[in-house]
Design a protein around this ligand. Structure first.
Ligand code: NDP
Length: 284
């Protein structure tokens, strides 16, 4: 458990380390939560290029720093810079939350549980028995796959631009559960999309300042399927817009973002997160 916030003297900070980070809604969510609870904590955004990550992580050891969120593209690289890795983060091989306890940095992954909670809200059930198509094989896709295997999904296709990365992820997933996982190139995802119950977009496509094209031809999708787009921005994502127009039930990444943010808040402060305030801060 994190050091209780009451042990910190004076104002404290939590940082977000990523590149790019300009689009992030995390500062709005976390600052709303800290303010609501009357805590003197500021959530600061730092745009950190890969070569500057070791120094930025080292700075988290300062006594006024409760920890950090880690986002694209540092979630995997950060593992080797931390002192302790919590079991779930080690299993997934990705860290999105760092907790500073007296200069010792511990890495956690709240994406996995945050995705599970948001998925259950969307489906009104867990992943057990359902067939999934996961687009992407980066840090977020690893957390998604770990969650789906933990919940005993029936089958998971993992489609990625770089096929080797999808294959490596499916190999790693053999140790996470019994669900069969098959790697595909992103270009072949359309051949299996129609047979899946749920499509999860865990690529960066649709991220503002990144690629805006859709990761999948939505004409391969049909009513009755569900789309979970992990991407989020100030408005609806291109993927959610296209899927909704085809009659699918769809959500963007804000639902998961709030859930993982609440879990991170609880790790930093050792207290319950004000979930409704966090949801309301970004209108979801
Ligand atoms: P990574 O950088 O680890 O992975 C990026 C993924 O996107 C890889 O699979 C990569 O494929 C793919 N990709 C990137 N650009 C392209 C492109 N032009 N064409 C095809 N594929 C592409 O990022 P993360 O996994 O951490 O994050 C992925 C997305 O999920 C981001 O948009 C992030 O904001 C979102 N996210 C949302 C969360 C939430 O709470 N809602 C939580 C975590 C992430 P390749 O391997 O071939 O390069």
């Amino acid at each position: 458990m994190s050091k209780p916030l009451a042990d910190h003297k004076g104002p404290s900070v939590v940082r977000l380390l990523g590149h790019p980070v300009g689009h992030s809604l995390s500062p709005i969510i976390q600052n709303a939560a800290f303010k609501h609870r009357g805590l003197a904590v500021t959530y600061e955004v730092r745009d950190i290029e890969p070569q500057d990550l070791p120094h930025a992580v080292d700075e988290l050891r300062a006594s006024d720093c409760l920890g950090a969120n880690i986002t694209v593209p540092h979630k995997e690289e950060v593992l080797r810079l931390l002192d302790e890795i919590e079991a779930e983060a080690a299993r997934v091989g990705a860290v999105n939350t760092v907790v500073n306890r007296d200069g010792i940095l511990a890495g956690h992954n709240t994406d996995l549980q945050g995705f599970s909670i948001a998925l259950r809200d969307l489906l009104h059930q867990d992943a057990a028995g359902l067939k999934f198509l996961v687009l992407g094989a980066g840090g977020a896709a690893r957390a998604v796959l770990a969650a789906l295997l933990q919940e005993r999904a029936a089958y998971v296709y993992v489609a990625n631009r770089c096929l080797e990365r999808a294959e490596a992820l499916c190999r790693a997933a053999r140790g996470w559960g019994d669900t069969p996982c098959l790697a595909l190139s992103l270009a072949s995802a359309c051949t299996v999309a129609a047979e899946c119950d749920v499509i999860v977009n865990a690529t960066s496509i649709g991220l503002p300042q990144s690629v805006k094209d859709l990761p999948l031809d939505v004409d391969t999708l049909h009513r009755g399927q569900v789309l979970f787009d992990l991407v989020y921005g100030p408005g609806t994502t291109p993927m959610v817009l296209a899927a909704t127009a085809k009659g699918l039930r769809a959500t963007d990444g804000k639902a998961m973002l709030v859930q993982q943010a609440a879990l991170s808040y609880e790790l930093w402060t050792g207290t319950d997160a004000p979930l409704e305030i966090m949801r309301g801060s970004i209108g979801c």
